[in-house]
Design a binder for this molecule. Structure first.
Ligand code: CDP
Ligand code: MG
Length: 679
């Protein structure tokens, strides 16, 4: 079990007896189908009990005999953790005992675990070690309608596995009726001639969605539109919340925004403005829900609000289908979602606020009608709704495919073009990914995985560019440092803690760790300062506005990555102790710093940019204007050539984050092929 706390503060909401959930009536039918057919497709509205109940039914029916495990995959980490906690609670065990979860860098399972929630990406990773996923008697691919990149790949891989493991049971569950594609996918099996496959998959669609009238769908929801478009949807959402609060009867509010920054600012705005409410009036309690929150923080949204208080939850798309919050009567839908989009020409992947699809908007509205009739406020016009796309484009058609292709190759699937994808990725994306993997040295001239580099890159739980950087580090003599940098950039949350209203002082504190050459070395500095503080770590974090939780996570991630490297036979010589007594700012002298920057270039050459006279950056291919993110040291500073870790798009601007200065010559030195291709 991993070394972090298990949401001990989680107070379970009053449970509706599981026997009253819509799925309960279908228990026997479901078990029969699963027993009889290798693939079962379950369609049911969100909240009908698919995720929390089906695994329990299966366990009770004996599917875990002989120590076998039931795997339930989720596209999102948050869903995997919250659902595991809920099910553990229903079963009456601790998370990590009979019911556990496993997400990247966080394994809360044990030998006793029978029901295991995990991200679909992680299950794919397990297939590297156990190609037939033989420890599982049942694999339930949950939230398949989301069509996340890893879900799509997993479905293809499962289709292959099932030919070799006829006893394996696959359940695919989806909240929307787009399940037909899934059905066709599994029925049209290449083996069809050998074995009639027509009845292999069945759908519970009619059973669950219609039988008995009101089931998952529950109560009617009034949908309201704006008469004219909103200028600023965050502000409009806040106003709408106050309108509901002052004019509408009791009931909690769920607001869909696109990301952490918007959510944090909305939560703050509500807190400030709620102070003006009459002291005896009903109070408003704003709560955030997004993936970067710690497990404890996420749990607040499930607790009942105190008396005389209305909860208002500002959430990302997480709340659309993956997690269910009871008591929501009002939904405010801003009409936007952050989606990944990869531009094969520039090689830049961004996370951009994009209008939702009709299917999403309908799903969001449905969140309001779970316990009684509800209302959904769409912050756009009815004609905008009519012009939305029917469904969201599957992620596989708009993502950087390098990580996925690397994994498929490691699973022995060499011919990517002929792989059985439920929806094929565009050829251009496949070609770009192959090019990148080739220039990183993961693939050879025949597009086969190189040994050991490519094989190891696939095994490391970080993206290919960082994996390459890590594996190059021994030859630059900076493995210990790069290990730290990889861990710090994998934390996923903010390293810097922003106490309210103390932004200035936070900035000053941060400058103490700043290293001229950029953000990666600064992160290294912070880490080194942190781990040498011994028992005073918490005080150090408090004094320097550093996020203690994030740092603890970095320590744990680093240890896990180190174990991978040691398994490869790479010895990590810890350089930390020699710096232990020095003040921060000692990243090992100028030579070491240069080696680290060179090493970063071997992995991140495809993310290179040059500063322009106006202070913005251009990527190597030319056209794209990039801005240093305000959180970067390179914000408002001079540089020439840099590499960056991350790209994000907010409004009209594309920001780069975690930036380090490099020399132009290094690009050609470490990535001659790539820069030849570019020209
Ligand atoms: O998977 P599906 O959307 O069909 O439903 P579920 O997630 O199994 O949820 C079934 C019931 O459990 C719902 O009524 C939820 O309100 C409740 N639940 C909860 O209270 N807390 C959770 N963390 C998960 C589910
Ligand atoms: Mg579910």
């Amino acid at each position: 079990m991993a070394d972090f706390d298990l949401a001990s503060s989680f107070i379970p909401a009053l449970h509706k007896p599981a026997s009253l959930l819509p799925i309960a009536r279908h228990r026997e039918a479901l078990l029969y189908l699963i027993e009889t057919y290798p693939v079962t497709i379950v369609v049911g509205q969100t909240g009908s009990g698919k995720t929390t109940q089906i695994p329990q039914y299966l366990e009770q029916a004996g599917w875990c005999a002989d120590g076998k495990v039931i795997a339930v995959t989720q596209p999102r980490r948050v869903a995997a953790t919250t659902v595991a906690m809920r099910v553990a609670d229903e079963v009456g065990c601790k998370v990590g005992a009979e019911v556990g979860y496993s997400i990247r860098f966080e394994d809360v399972t044990s030998a006793a675990t029978r029901i295991k929630f995990l991200t679909d990406g992680l299950l794919l990773r397990e297939a590297l070690v156990d190609p037939l996923l033989s420890r599982y008697s049942i694999i339930m691919v949950d939230e398949a309608h989301e069509r996340s990149l890893s879900t799509d790949v997993l479905l293809g891989v499962l289709k292959k596995i099932r030919r070799k493991r006829p006893e394996l049971r696959i359940i695919i569950s989806s909240a929307t009726l787009q399940a037909e594609d899934l059905l066709k996918f599994f029925m049209a099996d290449a083996d069809a001639q050998a074995k009639p496959a027509a009845s292999d998959a069945l759908t519970l669609d009619e059973l669950i969605a219609q039988k008995g009238g009101r089931t998952g769908r529950m109560y009617p929801v009034d949908v309201l539109y704006l008469e004219s478009p909103a200028e600023d949807y965050v502000e409009k959402a806040i106003e709408t919340v106050f309108d509901i609060h002052t004019k509408e009867p009791d009931g909690d509010i769920l607001v869909f925004l696109t990301g952490r920054e918007e959510i944090d600012s909305a939560v703050q705005a509500i807190s400030e403005r709620a102070a003006n409410l009459h002291p005896r009036a009903q109070q408003l309690m704003p709560l955030p829900l997004y993936a970067g929150l710690s497990t404890d923080q996420q749990m607040y949204v499930f607790e009942e609000a105190p008396e005389n208080t209305r909860k208002v939850i500002f959430a990302t798309n997480i709340a659309e289908a993956s997690v269910t919050i009871d008591g929501i009567i009002y939904v405010v839908d801003t009409g936007y979602v952050k989606l990944r989009a990869y531009n094969p020409t520039t090689g830049i992947e961004t996370l951009t606020a994009t209008p939702v699809s009709k299917a999403s908007a309908v799903q969001r509205a449905g969140r309001a009608g779970r316990t009684k009739p509800g209302k959904c406020y769409r912050l756009y016009t009815e004609s905008s709704f009519q012009s939305l796309e029917e469904a969201t484009v599957p992620e596989i058609q708009r993502s950087n495919l390098a990580p996925v292709i690397l994994q498929l190759k490691a699973l022995g699937i060499d011919n990517i073009v002929r792989f059985d994808f439920i929806t094929s990725p565009p050829a251009e994306l496949v070609i770009r990914a192959l090019e990148l993997l080739y220039s990183l040295g993961a693939l050879d001239d025949y597009a086969k995985l190189t040994k050991p580099l490519g094989v190891r890159m696939a095994e490391l739980a970080v993206e290919p560019m960082m994996a390459k950087t890590l594996l190059s580090a021994p030859s630059f003599g900076c493995l210990s440092e790069i290990l730290t940098i990889a861990a710090m950039t994998s934390v996923g949350g903010n390293i810097w803690f922003q106490h309210e209203g103390e932004k200035k002082r936070m900035e000053t504190a941060r400058r103490k760790f700043a290293v001229e050459e950029g953000d990666h070395l600064t992160l290294l500095n912070v880490y080194q300062a942190f781990v040498t503080k011994g028992r005073k770590e918490a005080k150090f974090c408090h004094d320097h506005y550093v996020n203690f939780k994030a740092m603890t996570r970095a320590v744990s991630i680093r240890a896990q990555l180190k174990r991978y490297l040691e398994r490869f036979g790479l010895n990590v010589e810890e350089t930390l102790s020699s710096n232990a007594n020095k003040q921060p700012l000692s990243v090992g002298g100028p030579d070491k710093a240069e080696q680290i920057r060179r090493c970063l270039t071997t992995g991140f050459f495809a993310h290179a940019a040059k500063m322009q006279p106006d202070g913005t950056f251009r990527n190597v291919a030319g056209g794209t204007v990039l801005h240093a993110h305000p959180s970067s040291l390179m914000f408002n500073r001079k540089a020439e050539w840099v590499i960056f870790h991350e790209v994000m798009e907010t409004g009209e601007k594309i920001f780069i984050r975690d930036i380090t200065k490099i020399q132009k010559g290094w690009l050609v030195e470490y990535a001659p092929e790539f820069y030849k291709i570019q020209r």
